[in-house]
Design a binder for this molecule. Sequence first.
Ligand code: ZN
Length: 189
Amino acid sequence: MTVRPILTIGSPLLRVRSEPVPVDEIGGDSTRQLIEDLVDSMRAANGAGLAANQIGVTRRVVVMEVEDNPRYPYKPRIPLTVAINPVVEILDTDLVAINEGCLSVPLRGDVPRSLHVRVQYLDGDGVHHDDEVRGLTAATWQHECDHLDGVLITDRADPSSFTTWEEFEVHHRAAFLDRLASVGVVAEP
Ligand code: ZN
């Protein structure tokens, strides 16, 4: 188990457009090690997802997982997902302001996201997936894939929406959950 330090905003590697993983490297030792480190580091930090450049590797690999997550108690579960060279296609262009945090940014903010996307990717065994994803999980996919293009929530969020985690809990969480309910998104209580 290797928990690697997560880079924070200001690190130039978070601004790099990451390179695709060559198909013949999928299943190889270095890609398997990268995936293991991503999963270990995401779990240690209670993240919902982590992109490879957040631990300093500019390859197009993200991992996602939501169980009982103390950082995001309202997020629906996501089984452990490894996505190599992922592509996100927006299917619903009506965007909703989703309040997001990021392990690389110390604030939360409202980011306009589509709640219905198509994702295509290879898993850790090189198997191709082509799925439609809805709700908050669709936003998580967009967040993680933004990292692969060097994009952070600070680029997309309404600047007046930024809060600390503590102030979000006290002043904004209830309104955010109401907003989700109003667009028919099921969130955990
Ligand atoms: Zn992030």
